[in-house]
Every structure is written in structure tokens, then in C-alpha cells.
Design a protein around this ligand. Structure first.
Ligand code: GRF
Length: 207
């Protein structure tokens, strides 16, 4: 079998998307495997999910020195031979040096239909609250490549879900999370197999 693509996953919290990627990796025909997990928070539940799956898990506490923080991430990723970086509920904005170093190899998942409801400060419940306040009739989730501008890199894949009048932040978040867990492993598959190419998407988005 071909060598599987090596993923480093960065988390800050629950890690349900990490779990979905770990579950996909457990399938023998899945073209990628998680080789390391890093959290900026020691209490992240996702760390336990990594350990349970036998994947090395590290904590790199956030430091005000964003460059030094990113260098520490890089050292660990490098040590484990991670070729791709998957942000899965990772709440820090990565330094541009890091983004350049892994250019076209960093993926992120966002709980809305980007470019709608994205950008700095739009994460977690805030996204769903803004969607509900806007009266939008649909929302969803997006997996995209990470570039310097927050939530603005080329879109790899999206899933749409309806928003119902009786929805609360919780019911909408749950409907979207269920789709995220299918979408992220599938988007990773497309990227690591070359079915979707960063440079092509970037060129299209600039046209
Ligand atoms: C997800 O909604 C994801 O889209 C966003 O943060 C949340 C992470 O959830 N970036 P989890 O930690 O994977 O459970």
C-alpha cells in the first residue's frame, strides 16, 4: 500500500473533529494517518482522545510571543514527520512564518458557509449566534486551506444545513457538528490524494 499522508492535528478543546479524523485513520484504506496532536490548552479533552488512539499528544501553552509559539509547534510537528497540519477547533491564529512554512498544507474547519460568518473573533458559539441573529435560512460548515487572512483561504469543501425558526445555538451547533465530522475526513482525503490542489484553487479564487 502507498505510504499514508502524515497529519499533525492542532486542537484547543473537545476534539470531536479530531475524533472523526482518528476514526477515519483507523480504516485501512484511508489515505492519511494522525501522527501527532498538539493542544495550546492542557485541559483540552481532545488530548485524551489522541492518547486513547495511541497518538502522541503534546501541550504547547500559548505564549504572547506568537513566533516562538509557532516555532515550538513546528519542532514537534517536524519530530513526528507531519507533512500536513489540520486545525480542528484550534483557537489561536498562526504566525505568518508558520503559515509560509506549511504553505498549502494547513487545513481548517469552520462552522459556517465561508466567507459568511468568518474572520477574526468568529468562532464557536459566536458564529451560530450571529447566524441566528441574521435570520439566515441556511448555514453549514467549510473546510479550507489556511492563508495569511483569517478564514479566507481557498475552500476545499462545504456542507449546507437548514436553519429552522425554532433553532437555538445548541440545536444549530449540533446539526452542523454532525456534518463537520463527515466533511473533515473527506476533505483531508481529497487533498492528500491530490484530487483537490491548493495552487489550482488559489488560482481560481484570484480569477
Ligand atoms: C468546530 O465547530 C469547528 O468548526 C470549529 O471549532 C469547533 C471544534 O469542535 N473550528 P471540536 O473541538 O472538534 O469538537
Amino acid at each position: 500500500m502507498k505510504e499514508r499522508a502524515r497529519l499533525g492535528v492542532l486542537i484547543s478543546g473537545r476534539g470531536t473533529n479530531l475524533q472523526a479524523i482518528l476514526d477515519a485513520s483507523a480504516q485501512p484504506d484511508y489515505p492519511a494517518q494522525v501522527v501527532v496532536v498538539i493542544s495550546d490548552r492542557p485541559e483540552a479533552v481532545g488530548l485524551e482522545r489522541a492518547r486513547r488512539a495511541g497518538v502522541p499528544a503534546y501541550v504547547v501553552p500559548w505564549s504572547k510571543d506568537a513566533k516562538e509559539f509557532a516555532r515550538q509547534l513546528h519542532r514537534i510537528l517536524q519530530r513526528h514527520g507531519a507533512e500536513w497540519v489540520c486545525l480542528a477547533g484550534f483557537l489561536r491564529i498562526l504566525d505568518s512564518e508558520f503559515v509560509d512554512r506549511y504553505w498549502g498544507r494547513i487545513l481548517n474547519i469552520h462552522p459556517s458557509l465561508l466567507p459568511a460568518f468568518g474572520g477574526r473573533g468568529m468562532y464557536g458559539e459566536r458564529v451560530h449566534r450571529a447566524v441566528l441573529a441574521s435570520g439566515a435560512r441556511e448555514s453549514g460548515c467549510t473546510v479550507h486551506f489556511v492563508t495569511a487572512e483569517v478564514d479566507a483561504g481557498p475552500v476545499i469543501a462545504q456542507v449546507r444545513v437548514p436553519v429552522f425558526p425554532e433553532d437555538t445555538v445548541e440545536t444549530l451547533a449540533a446539526r452542523i457538528a454532525e456534518q463537520e465530522h463527515r466533511l473533515y475526513p473527506e476533505a483531508i482525503r481529497r487533498v492528500v490524494t491530490g484530487e483537490v490542489r491548493f495552487e489550482e484553487l488559489l488560482a481560481q479564487s484570484r480569477r
